[in-house]
Write a protein that binds this ligand. Structure first.
Ligand code: ASP
Length: 356
């Protein structure tokens, strides 16, 4: 590389490989399993032609993302935090199954993020002729380089759409267009060129980066269905040491009004368990008290989740319980606020203090 080329490659992106289909190979039974990805330039030599430099690294343990845990979120965050000053942006190669959870978790962990963190993966392994991985990686790197627009957010790039990470959901196990963001528009769309919707992107923060890594896993998700029995509800609510429950309700946040159900929730709230109401609908929001079927829950202190995704709700609850281990009121208060653009509120109610 001559001096001019080196000069041209002054922007740098770090590519972090965590596993997932993108780097998988078939074992002797034909099942896909992750394997260590060699240097990204070996796999995609065309990346040598980019105008920015790419370094790559990988997690100590490469996983199928169905094995994802908060410990891996911390490992990813540590890599980014340690090299934050050395790079203009970060791309995380991740399995699609839990990508929306990791993107949500990272969004909460990085307070005052001023550089792009773009997650991507693929539905077909890179080695396959029709793999969608090649385009996804190239596009994610382009966006993470921040050459055109700097996106100070954790995002997911998939099949030419760039979504806010904590608004995203995996919607297809077979289409290349595997993700969607039902309650917030995409931040950019890659066509002949990448067209950014700058008015939708979070503003550049002025404060100093803070990376918070404590998660409390003592939570549960209780998905309602017609005919759910008291035994099932109780088995969840009586989980030893439980700190919080996300209750997946119907429509705009509705649940059975039967006494046994409300009594069980009320007893749990009295034991200090936080109950967060998130709708099973993909689009739209919880509106407590719109129907009588949510009035009792509102009365006993169940917190409305607005239009949050289940992935963001799970990670936000784990994050807030980890952040305020001894102050449930702070957790409750912040669950209904927008910390990183994860919910839509009528007025801007984002916290302007340094707490979260
Ligand atoms: N099971 C894979 C994973 O999430 C699926 C994928 O990457 O698309 O790791």
């Amino acid at each position: 590389m001559n001096g001019n080329e080196l000069n041209a490659k002054r922007d740098k992106v770090l590519l972090i490989y965590t596993g997932g289909t993108i780097g998988m190979v078939q074992d002797s039974t034909g099942a896909l399993q992750p394997f260590a990805l060699e240097s990204i330039y070996e796999v995609l030599p065309e990346l040598r032609r980019t105008s920015y430099a790419i370094d790559s690294c990988e997690l100590e343990r490469i996983i199928d993302s169905s094995n994802m845990t908060p410990d891996f979120w911390v490992d990813i965050a540590n890599i980014i935090e340690q090299r934050y000053e050395d790079y203009d942006g970060f791309v995380v190669l991740h399995g699609t199954d839990t990508m929306a959870y990791t993107a949500s978790a990272l969004s909460f962990m990085f307070k005052n993020l001023s550089k792009p963190i773009v997650l991507t993966g693929s539905q077909l392994p890179l080695g396959m002729l029709r793999s969608d991985g090649r385009d996804n990686i190239i596009c994610a790197l382009e966006i993470a380089s921040g050459r055109e627009v700097i996106i100070p957010e954790v995002t997911i790039l998939f099949e030419s759409h760039l979504y806010r990470g904590n608004r995203s959901t995996k919607v297809s196990a077979e289409n290349f267009d595997a993700f969607s963001s039902f309650n917030y528009p995409s931040l950019a769309k890659a066509g002949i060129k990448v067209s950014y919707k700058e008015h939708l992107i979070l503003p550049m923060p002025s404060g100093e980066l803070k990376v918070r890594k404590a998660f409390d896993r003592r939570i549960a998700v209780l998905k309602l269905f017609p005919g759910i029995t008291p035994a099932v509800v109780e088995s969840v609510l009586q989980t030893p040491d439980l700190q919080g429950v996300i209750i997946e309700t119907f429509g705009s946040g509705n649940a059975p009004t039967e006494a046994w159900f409300i009594d069980a929730l009320e007893a749990a709230t009295r034991r200090g368990i936080i109950i967060f109401n998130v709708t099973q609908c993909k689009a739209g929001a919880v509106m407590m008290r719109q129907y009588q079927a949510s009035c009792d829950m509102d009365r006993i202190g169940v917190i409305g989740g607005h239009d949050i995704t289940i992935e963001a709700a799970v990670t936000k609850m784990m994050y807030l319980l980890g952040r305020f281990p001894n102050d449930k009121d702070k957790v409750r208060e912040r669950l209904s606020m927008s910390l990183r653009g994860e919910i839509t509120l009528n007025q801007r109610e984002e916290l302007d203090d340094d707490d979260c």
